[in-house]
Design a protein around this ligand. Sequence first.
Ligand SMILES: Cc1cc2nc3c(=O)[nH]c(=O)nc-3n(C[C@H](O)[C@H](O)[C@H](O)COP(=O)(O)O)c2cc1C
Length: 366
Amino acid sequence: MSDKNLFTPTRLGPHTLNHRVVLAPLTRMRAFESATPTELMAEYYAQRASPGGLLISEATVISPLGFPHHNVPAVYTDKQVEAWRLTTDAVHAKGGIIYLQLWHGGRASHRKLQPDEALPVAPSAIIPEGGGSMLPDGTRAPFETPREMSLDEVHSTIKDFASAATLAMSAGFDGVEVHGANGYLPDQFLQDGSNHRTDAYGGSVENRARFLLEVVEAVSTQIGADRVGVRISPNNPFNGISDSDPTTTFSYLTRELNSRDIGYLHVIEPRVRGNEDFEPGAESVASRELRPLFDRTLISAGGFTRESGNALVAEGVADLIAYGRHFISNPDLPERFRQGIELTPYDRSTFYGGDGHGYTDYPYAS
Ligand SMILES: Cc1cc2nc3c(=O)[nH]c(=O)nc-3n(C[C@H](O)[C@H](O)[C@H](O)COP(=O)(O)O)c2cc1C
């Protein structure tokens, strides 16, 4: 046990953090025009910014093929990049630090969201069990059986991640987080339930981890490894993802990420599945198992309170704690934690879509 807590300053890559209460990436589906961020989104992020505090943006799509849902933001057109400036400027004006989460849905998509209504692409033509896409007409449709990516498509998608990272930096972000969690494309390559490829990107754990590691290398070449984070979600069945040996898969990946000197590893505890609480299996891999394998900053997320966050930081298991649902309904969450102020409960019905209600109208404590 150390005397560290959520309010002990620390470093993250090239940045100095005044506290360790991080905004977790949260999809809110309020980018209604051409996946372009809005002024309302800038206001939402600015409300949650604090001097030397880290915000991670909602998942942001890196190419026209990457949409899991409608009304989520993207980062591949000049217009989107310019519009993200509203957010980064507003967060920086409050002394905050903001990373962009880079997203490709892979098979977690639907042809109604794809160019020319083609099938979504994935490592293998395996349909996810459960889950579905929010479509432009406002309905939710089950995911479809995707089309297996060619090797050329694998390579061009890695390049798409790298150029999206470059664009993110030109939009004023302080770094990027590769979304390797929750059953989206990099996770589909990594875990063997969704990857039956027989080329260099499938089969052994070395091959299945290759896609994510090559994405990390390509992004790092563009913006510097110390500004790159990776999010993972071991033992989390969200979007129908599964692996026959999570301990081996996630230990291997963590060691490899460690050797690539990335700024941080962001681990979702297995007690959360996507956006809700979940009963994990006894053999689950979590921050505690991965900590000894990763030397730099480790962020833990998933079901934390002020007390459990402080405890994990004091123990040295996590350096930073990311909060999702509590940060939705408490824009001043770090200050509430600092002063021990009671939290406002969140309203799940306004998580996705809509206007400022349940988005920018949650109260500050003072
Ligand atoms: C409304 C909502 C949207 C989410 N969107 C994302 C996302 O875009 N990217 C991501 O990696 N995780 C996403 N998550 C998961 C959260 O980042 C976080 O891991 C989860 O809510 C558990 O943390 P909590 O218990 O503090 O809420 C989302 C969760 C919620 C509730």
